[in-house]
Design a protein around this ligand. Structure first.
Ligand SMILES: Nc1ncnc2c1ncn2[C@@H]1O[C@H](COP(=O)(O)OP(=O)(O)OP(=O)(O)O)[C@@H](O)[C@H]1O
Ligand SMILES: [Mg+2]
Length: 217
């Protein structure tokens, strides 16, 4: 089976002194998994490293069959990865909602009219067309999360890294997100404390512990 992500004897530092070791993970093509663990155990840091925002301290990392040895190696795979940050304020690149959602498409070289049409359709899918001309920083927490999610999904990444995607979402939006993520035929890693939510979407659940990454479900 084609594999999207492979971590072998992988280790990384969290904070100044602690190192997480023994991370072994094989994410198959179109597989959906969740990573759970206590506050501060290193979930977001792990996603940051997979996304190429931070560096690991040891072990091997392969993305889309390519060995990643330094941040420079991300050049050929970066466009395949969609990362929803835990803190939505870190996500936005443009002040106006519709510009932000269209940004990735325009960056890929998609024609302006097509990019904006696709971005508008994405906002419609999330029932947030009313937000399209608003300033992102003035949105509520849940609205920011929805706009950030729309901006990730619109690019149709092959690997999605979603850090606490339900944070701030009301019950209806959580159910809608479950349906959207169930239907998406891509590789997904969800980090979440929301067990009921992830149980509806993922095939496997891993936990970060002092002994490394452990399959718990
Ligand atoms: N830039 C940094 N400088 C110093 N310490 C950091 C930095 N980034 C993260 N840490 C520390 O690394 C540890 C892991 O942080 P991380 O954000 O990965 O945790 P998490 O598992 O995502 O937690 P949560 O469930 O609260 O989101 C924390 O103790 C945090 O304080
Ligand atoms: Mg986190």
């Amino acid at each position: 089976m084609s594999c999207s992500l492979n971590l072998k004897n992988f280790s990384y530092k969290i904070g100044e002194n602690k190192e997480i070791r023994n991370i072994n993970l094989n994410l198959s093509h179109k597989e959906k998994i969740a990573i759970v663990g206590a506050n501060g155990c290193g979930k977001t840091t792990l996603l940051d490293i997979i996304a190429g925002v931070k560096s690991r301290s040891g072990g091997e990392l392969e993305l889309f069959h390519q060995k990643i040895d330094s941040l420079a190696d991300y050049k050929s795979v970066r466009d395949f990865i969609g990362y929803l940050f835990q803190d939505s304020d870190n996500q936005f690149l443009c002040p106006v909602v519709i510009d932000d959602v269209a940004f990735g498409l325009l960056n890929e070289g998609i024609e302006k009219e097509k990019a904006y049409l696709k971005a508008k359709m994405m906002l419609e899918d999330f029932n947030i067309s009313n937000l399209q001309d608003k300033i992102v920083y003035n949105l509520s927490g849940g609205e920011k999360k929805l706009v950030a999610l729309a901006g990730v999904l619109v690019n149709e990444p092959k690997l999605m890294l979603l850090d606490e995607p339900t944070n701030g979402l009301d019950e209806d939006m959580q159910l809608k997100l479950v349906k959207i993520l169930q239907q998406i035929d891509k590789s997904i890693i969800i980090v979440s404390h929301h067990r009921e939510f992830i149980d509806k979407i993922v095939d496997k659940i891993y936990k970060i512990t002092d002994d490394g990454l452990v399959l718990i479900s």
